[in-house]
Design a protein around this ligand. Structure first.
Ligand code: ADP
Ligand code: MG
Length: 230
């Protein structure tokens, strides 16, 4: 279980409070108005954004003092998930070995991850030689290979067309289900929330609240969400 115990998150002048728990293996959407703090919320869980008070726990272990790389987390950002000077294979290998010196068994794992996301044979290409959808798949293959228990997505597929985005989201969901990972996914598209997430965290007015059952929240939204949904 991910637990945020009376947490204050601070990014410059901006402050967000959170007191909530997410059960292990849950698939949770994170929604709210633009600028409300969704990215800041994920950044705090990942360890990129300061948490001056409160505790963030995973499985009862306090993560507060751990650097991002020592947290049980994989994160995909909106852009720049891949290094342009590295091949797809190398970008994935980074998830296992920052030195890129992979042994035969690891090489095999990377090939398997490429195959899982439908990119067998594309390992030698650099990001510029791949379509947007293929780049997303490479980034996803790295998440798959790292097999961290907590997967955070900050709208990584929003630049893709609707059909490709939906395909990627379903692939994420299947991969998380397979590895029993807990998924937190920022989205501005409530259809994504309905399609992928049983429960949803609402970030608005300086608070992260929930998770609420997605259908209940969206069918009967509180005023702040109603305003945002239009
Ligand atoms: P969302 O992802 O919901 O659109 P963000 O988490 O990006 O919102 O931003 C929340 C607030 O934090 C905004 O007011 C934004 O201006 C501010 N903010 C974001 N990043 C920084 C930063 N690096 N330094 C200072 N303030 C920031
Ligand atoms: Mg954001």
């Amino acid at each position: 279980m991910l637990r945020l115990e009376d947490v204050t998150i601070r990014q410059g002048d901006f402050t967000l409070h959170a007191a909530l728990s997410v059960p292990a293996g849950a698939h949770v959407a994170v929604i709210g108005p633009s600028g409300a703090g969704k990215s800041t919320f994920l950044g705090a869980v990942a360890g990129f954004v300061p948490v001056p008070s409160g505790r963030i726990e995973w499985d009862g272990v306090d993560l507060s003092a751990r650097s991002p790389s020592r947290r049980p987390i994989s994160i995909l950002f909106q852009d720049n998930n891949l290094f342009p000077h590295l091949t797809a294979f190398q970008n994935i290998a980074l998830g296992l070995k920052p030195s890129l010196r992979v042994n035969a068994a690891e090489q095999h794992q990377i090939e398997a991850a490429l195959a899982r996301v439908g990119l067998s044979g594309f390992g030698g290409r650099k990001p510029a030689e791949l379509s947007g959808g293929q780049q997303s798949r490479v980034a996803l293959a790295r998440v798959l290979l790292r097999a961290r228990p907590l997967v955070l997505l900050d709208e990584p597929f929003s630049a893709l067309g609707p059909a490709m985005k939906s395909e990627m989201l379903h692939l994420v969901r299947d991969i998380c289900a397979q590895t029993n990972a807990t998924l937190l996914m920022v989205t501005h598209d409530v259809n994504d929330a309905r399609a992928i997430a049983d429960s949803t965290i609402l970030v608005a007015q300086g608070q992260a609240t929930g998770p609420f059952p997605t259908a209940e929240l969206l069918d009967n939204p509180p005023p702040v969400l109603r305003e945002y949904l239009g």
